[in-house]
Ligand binder design. Structure first.
Ligand code: ADP
Ligand code: MG
Length: 267
Protein backbone atom coordinates (compact mmCIF):
# COMPACT_ATOMS: atom_id res chain seq x y z
CA UNK A 1 0.00 0.00 0.00
CA UNK A 2 1.16 3.51 -0.77
CA UNK A 3 2.48 5.62 2.04
CA UNK A 4 -0.09 7.88 3.72
CA UNK A 5 1.01 11.50 4.07
CA UNK A 6 -2.05 12.39 6.07
CA UNK A 7 -4.13 10.07 8.18
CA UNK A 8 -7.17 10.85 10.27
CA UNK A 9 -8.81 8.26 12.47
CA UNK A 10 -12.18 8.77 14.15
CA UNK A 11 -11.53 12.50 14.22
CA UNK A 12 -13.97 15.08 15.54
CA UNK A 13 -13.27 18.75 14.85
CA UNK A 14 -15.06 21.86 16.02
CA UNK A 15 -14.71 25.22 17.67
CA UNK A 16 -16.58 24.83 20.93
CA UNK A 17 -17.56 21.54 22.40
CA UNK A 18 -20.01 20.85 19.58
CA UNK A 19 -18.19 19.22 16.65
CA UNK A 20 -18.55 20.54 13.11
CA UNK A 21 -17.24 17.19 11.85
CA UNK A 22 -17.24 13.82 13.53
CA UNK A 23 -16.12 10.28 12.79
CA UNK A 24 -13.69 11.42 10.11
CA UNK A 25 -11.52 8.63 8.70
CA UNK A 26 -9.30 9.88 5.92
CA UNK A 27 -6.05 8.74 4.42
CA UNK A 28 -4.21 10.71 1.73
CA UNK A 29 -1.63 8.68 -0.14
CA UNK A 30 1.41 10.03 -1.95
CA UNK A 31 0.89 11.17 -5.54
CA UNK A 32 -2.87 11.64 -5.40
CA UNK A 33 -4.84 14.75 -6.17
CA UNK A 34 -7.76 14.58 -3.78
CA UNK A 35 -10.62 17.02 -4.06
CA UNK A 36 -12.61 17.84 -0.95
CA UNK A 37 -16.01 19.20 -1.83
CA UNK A 38 -19.31 20.03 -0.25
CA UNK A 39 -21.59 23.02 0.12
CA UNK A 40 -20.54 26.23 1.78
CA UNK A 41 -20.19 25.98 5.57
CA UNK A 42 -20.08 22.16 5.65
CA UNK A 43 -16.62 22.06 7.24
CA UNK A 44 -14.07 21.80 4.41
CA UNK A 45 -11.77 24.50 5.77
CA UNK A 46 -12.20 23.08 9.25
CA UNK A 47 -10.96 19.73 7.95
CA UNK A 48 -7.82 21.37 6.50
CA UNK A 49 -7.17 23.29 9.73
CA UNK A 50 -7.29 20.00 11.59
CA UNK A 51 -4.94 18.39 9.07
CA UNK A 52 -2.13 20.84 9.79
CA UNK A 53 -2.71 21.20 13.51
CA UNK A 54 -4.18 24.70 13.47
CA UNK A 55 -7.20 23.20 15.16
CA UNK A 56 -6.76 20.42 17.70
CA UNK A 57 -9.19 17.53 17.28
CA UNK A 58 -11.89 17.06 19.92
CA UNK A 59 -11.46 13.32 19.39
CA UNK A 60 -9.34 10.94 17.38
CA UNK A 61 -5.87 10.85 15.87
CA UNK A 62 -4.25 12.88 13.12
CA UNK A 63 -0.93 11.87 11.61
CA UNK A 64 0.75 14.30 9.25
CA UNK A 65 3.90 13.14 7.41
CA UNK A 66 4.25 10.40 9.98
CA UNK A 67 3.92 12.64 13.06
CA UNK A 68 1.02 12.30 15.46
CA UNK A 69 -0.19 15.88 15.86
CA UNK A 70 -2.04 15.47 19.14
CA UNK A 71 0.34 16.49 21.89
CA UNK A 72 3.12 17.57 19.53
CA UNK A 73 5.09 20.55 20.85
CA UNK A 74 5.10 23.82 18.91
CA UNK A 75 8.64 23.43 17.61
CA UNK A 76 8.07 20.00 16.10
CA UNK A 77 4.69 21.05 14.81
CA UNK A 78 6.38 23.94 12.97
CA UNK A 79 8.93 21.56 11.54
CA UNK A 80 6.19 19.31 10.14
CA UNK A 81 4.27 22.32 8.82
CA UNK A 82 7.34 23.54 6.96
CA UNK A 83 7.03 20.39 4.82
CA UNK A 84 3.44 21.16 3.91
CA UNK A 85 2.47 23.87 1.42
CA UNK A 86 -0.62 25.89 2.21
CA UNK A 87 -2.69 27.92 -0.18
CA UNK A 88 -5.41 29.13 2.09
CA UNK A 89 -8.64 30.91 1.34
CA UNK A 90 -7.93 34.60 1.66
CA UNK A 91 -4.28 33.70 2.37
CA UNK A 92 -3.43 37.01 0.83
CA UNK A 93 -0.09 38.37 -0.29
CA UNK A 94 1.49 41.11 1.74
CA UNK A 95 0.72 44.26 -0.21
CA UNK A 96 3.81 46.20 0.79
CA UNK A 97 6.19 43.47 -0.41
CA UNK A 98 7.12 42.71 -4.00
CA UNK A 99 6.19 39.43 -5.62
CA UNK A 100 9.71 38.06 -5.07
CA UNK A 101 9.71 39.11 -1.40
CA UNK A 102 6.33 37.49 -0.87
CA UNK A 103 7.50 34.21 -2.38
CA UNK A 104 10.70 34.31 -0.29
CA UNK A 105 8.84 34.65 3.03
CA UNK A 106 8.75 30.92 3.93
CA UNK A 107 12.47 30.67 3.12
CA UNK A 108 13.18 33.41 5.62
CA UNK A 109 10.94 31.84 8.23
CA UNK A 110 12.15 28.27 7.94
CA UNK A 111 15.65 28.26 6.45
CA UNK A 112 19.01 30.01 6.64
CA UNK A 113 19.77 29.97 2.95
CA UNK A 114 22.05 32.60 1.50
CA UNK A 115 20.37 35.46 -0.40
CA UNK A 116 21.69 34.07 -3.71
CA UNK A 117 20.30 30.58 -3.15
CA UNK A 118 17.07 32.07 -1.93
CA UNK A 119 16.80 34.23 -5.06
CA UNK A 120 17.44 31.22 -7.28
CA UNK A 121 14.67 29.24 -5.59
CA UNK A 122 12.24 32.13 -5.87
CA UNK A 123 13.10 32.51 -9.55
CA UNK A 124 12.48 28.79 -10.15
CA UNK A 125 9.11 28.86 -8.40
CA UNK A 126 7.97 31.97 -10.25
CA UNK A 127 8.95 30.30 -13.51
CA UNK A 128 6.94 27.24 -12.53
CA UNK A 129 3.79 29.32 -12.20
CA UNK A 130 4.57 31.28 -15.37
CA UNK A 131 5.38 34.58 -13.69
CA UNK A 132 9.10 35.10 -14.22
CA UNK A 133 8.42 38.66 -15.29
CA UNK A 134 6.55 39.68 -12.13
CA UNK A 135 9.59 39.72 -9.81
CA UNK A 136 9.53 43.42 -8.93
CA UNK A 137 5.79 43.92 -9.11
CA UNK A 138 3.60 44.72 -6.15
CA UNK A 139 0.45 42.65 -5.53
CA UNK A 140 -1.73 45.66 -6.39
CA UNK A 141 -0.33 45.55 -9.94
CA UNK A 142 -1.45 41.94 -10.50
CA UNK A 143 -4.71 40.43 -11.69
CA UNK A 144 -6.63 38.04 -9.42
CA UNK A 145 -5.29 35.01 -11.29
CA UNK A 146 -1.70 36.25 -11.08
CA UNK A 147 -2.03 36.81 -7.33
CA UNK A 148 -3.19 33.23 -6.93
CA UNK A 149 -0.16 32.04 -8.91
CA UNK A 150 2.18 34.05 -6.71
CA UNK A 151 0.53 32.61 -3.61
CA UNK A 152 0.98 29.17 -5.14
CA UNK A 153 4.68 29.85 -5.80
CA UNK A 154 5.02 30.91 -2.16
CA UNK A 155 3.24 27.74 -0.97
CA UNK A 156 5.68 25.70 -3.09
CA UNK A 157 8.94 27.44 -2.31
CA UNK A 158 10.03 24.96 0.36
CA UNK A 159 9.29 22.03 -2.00
CA UNK A 160 6.46 20.63 0.09
CA UNK A 161 5.60 16.93 -0.04
CA UNK A 162 1.97 17.82 0.44
CA UNK A 163 0.13 20.88 -0.82
CA UNK A 164 -3.22 21.89 0.67
CA UNK A 165 -5.28 24.39 -1.31
CA UNK A 166 -8.45 25.91 0.06
CA UNK A 167 -10.72 27.07 -2.79
CA UNK A 168 -7.85 28.19 -5.01
CA UNK A 169 -10.10 29.41 -7.80
CA UNK A 170 -12.63 31.29 -5.68
CA UNK A 171 -13.37 34.65 -7.25
CA UNK A 172 -11.58 33.88 -10.53
CA UNK A 173 -13.29 33.93 -13.91
CA UNK A 174 -13.76 30.46 -15.49
CA UNK A 175 -10.86 30.80 -17.95
CA UNK A 176 -8.39 31.86 -15.25
CA UNK A 177 -9.74 29.17 -12.93
CA UNK A 178 -9.18 26.54 -15.63
CA UNK A 179 -5.60 27.78 -16.04
CA UNK A 180 -5.02 27.35 -12.32
CA UNK A 181 -6.44 23.82 -12.51
CA UNK A 182 -3.97 22.96 -15.26
CA UNK A 183 -1.17 24.33 -13.12
CA UNK A 184 -2.21 22.12 -10.19
CA UNK A 185 -2.27 19.06 -12.46
CA UNK A 186 1.13 20.04 -13.75
CA UNK A 187 2.50 20.16 -10.20
CA UNK A 188 1.17 16.69 -9.55
CA UNK A 189 2.59 15.27 -12.78
CA UNK A 190 5.97 16.99 -13.01
CA UNK A 191 6.82 17.62 -9.35
CA UNK A 192 4.97 14.55 -8.00
CA UNK A 193 3.37 16.67 -5.34
CA UNK A 194 0.46 15.24 -3.40
CA UNK A 195 -2.41 17.70 -3.47
CA UNK A 196 -5.53 18.17 -1.43
CA UNK A 197 -7.75 20.75 -3.08
CA UNK A 198 -10.91 22.12 -1.54
CA UNK A 199 -13.38 23.32 -4.13
CA UNK A 200 -17.06 23.38 -4.81
CA UNK A 201 -16.62 24.11 -8.52
CA UNK A 202 -17.96 21.13 -10.41
CA UNK A 203 -15.97 22.02 -13.50
CA UNK A 204 -12.79 22.01 -11.48
CA UNK A 205 -13.59 18.73 -9.75
CA UNK A 206 -14.21 17.02 -13.08
CA UNK A 207 -10.90 18.27 -14.47
CA UNK A 208 -8.51 17.59 -11.62
CA UNK A 209 -9.81 14.98 -9.18
CA UNK A 210 -8.17 11.57 -8.86
CA UNK A 211 -10.39 11.07 -5.89
CA UNK A 212 -13.35 12.91 -4.42
CA UNK A 213 -14.13 13.30 -0.75
CA UNK A 214 -17.44 14.91 0.02
CA UNK A 215 -18.29 16.56 3.31
CA UNK A 216 -21.96 16.76 4.26
CA UNK A 217 -24.07 16.69 7.40
CA UNK A 218 -21.09 16.77 9.73
CA UNK A 219 -19.15 13.86 8.31
CA UNK A 220 -17.46 12.49 5.21
CA UNK A 221 -20.47 11.46 3.16
CA UNK A 222 -18.47 10.07 0.25
CA UNK A 223 -14.92 9.01 -0.54
CA UNK A 224 -14.10 7.48 -3.92
CA UNK A 225 -13.18 8.04 -7.55
CA UNK A 226 -14.85 10.64 -9.74
CA UNK A 227 -16.70 7.89 -11.60
CA UNK A 228 -17.95 6.41 -8.35
CA UNK A 229 -19.07 9.87 -7.24
CA UNK A 230 -21.04 10.33 -10.46
CA UNK A 231 -22.75 6.97 -9.94
CA UNK A 232 -23.28 7.37 -6.20
CA UNK A 233 -26.96 7.04 -5.26
CA UNK A 234 -26.72 9.06 -2.03
CA UNK A 235 -29.00 12.13 -2.29
CA UNK A 236 -26.39 14.62 -0.99
CA UNK A 237 -23.86 13.40 -3.55
CA UNK A 238 -26.38 13.36 -6.39
CA UNK A 239 -27.62 16.83 -5.51
CA UNK A 240 -24.09 18.09 -5.63
CA UNK A 241 -23.07 16.43 -8.88
CA UNK A 242 -26.30 17.07 -10.70
CA UNK A 243 -26.58 20.58 -9.28
CA UNK A 244 -30.27 20.23 -8.73
CA UNK A 245 -32.07 23.41 -7.88
CA UNK A 246 -33.60 21.35 -5.09
CA UNK A 247 -31.98 23.45 -2.39
CA UNK A 248 -32.49 27.07 -3.32
CA UNK A 249 -30.93 28.36 -0.10
CA UNK A 250 -27.65 26.74 -1.04
CA UNK A 251 -27.71 27.99 -4.59
CA UNK A 252 -28.34 31.47 -3.20
CA UNK A 253 -25.53 31.20 -0.73
CA UNK A 254 -22.97 30.15 -3.27
CA UNK A 255 -23.92 33.03 -5.55
CA UNK A 256 -23.52 35.49 -2.69
CA UNK A 257 -20.25 33.86 -1.82
CA UNK A 258 -19.01 34.31 -5.35
CA UNK A 259 -20.00 37.94 -5.37
CA UNK A 260 -18.19 38.61 -2.12
CA UNK A 261 -15.15 36.66 -3.32
CA UNK A 262 -15.10 38.77 -6.48
CA UNK A 263 -15.31 41.86 -4.29
CA UNK A 264 -12.29 40.74 -2.27
CA UNK A 265 -10.39 40.07 -5.48
CA UNK A 266 -11.02 43.55 -6.78
CA UNK A 267 -9.61 45.28 -3.71
N1 ADP B 1 -13.27 30.17 13.93
C1 ADP B 1 -14.50 29.66 14.02
N2 ADP B 1 -15.21 29.72 15.18
C2 ADP B 1 -16.45 29.21 15.28
N3 ADP B 1 -17.10 28.59 14.28
C3 ADP B 1 -16.46 28.48 13.10
C4 ADP B 1 -15.14 29.02 12.90
N4 ADP B 1 -14.76 28.75 11.63
C5 ADP B 1 -15.80 28.09 11.06
N5 ADP B 1 -16.81 27.93 11.93
C6 ADP B 1 -18.09 27.24 11.65
O1 ADP B 1 -17.80 25.89 11.29
C7 ADP B 1 -18.64 25.47 10.22
C8 ADP B 1 -17.78 24.99 9.06
O2 ADP B 1 -17.05 26.08 8.55
P1 ADP B 1 -15.96 25.91 7.41
O3 ADP B 1 -15.07 24.79 7.73
O4 ADP B 1 -15.31 27.26 7.24
O5 ADP B 1 -16.85 25.57 6.15
P2 ADP B 1 -16.47 25.50 4.60
O6 ADP B 1 -15.00 25.71 4.48
O7 ADP B 1 -16.91 24.14 4.15
O8 ADP B 1 -17.26 26.56 3.93
C9 ADP B 1 -19.53 26.66 9.87
O9 ADP B 1 -20.76 26.48 10.52
C10 ADP B 1 -18.79 27.84 10.45
O10 ADP B 1 -19.69 28.84 10.83
MG1 MG C 1 -13.93 27.17 3.52
Amino acid sequence: MAEALLEMQAVALGYGTEPVLRGVDLSIERGQLVVICGTSGCGKSTLLKGAIGLLAPLEGHIRLLGEELVGLDEERLNRVRARVGLLFQGGALLNSLTVAENVALPLEQHTRLSPEVSRTLVRMKLAQVGLEGAWHKLPAELSGGMKKRVALARAMVLDPELLLCDEPSAGLDPVTAAGLDRLLLDLRDTMHITLVVVTHELQSIETIADRVVMVADGHLAFDGSLDEARRCPLPVVRDFFERRAARPEQAGRSLLERLSAAEVERR
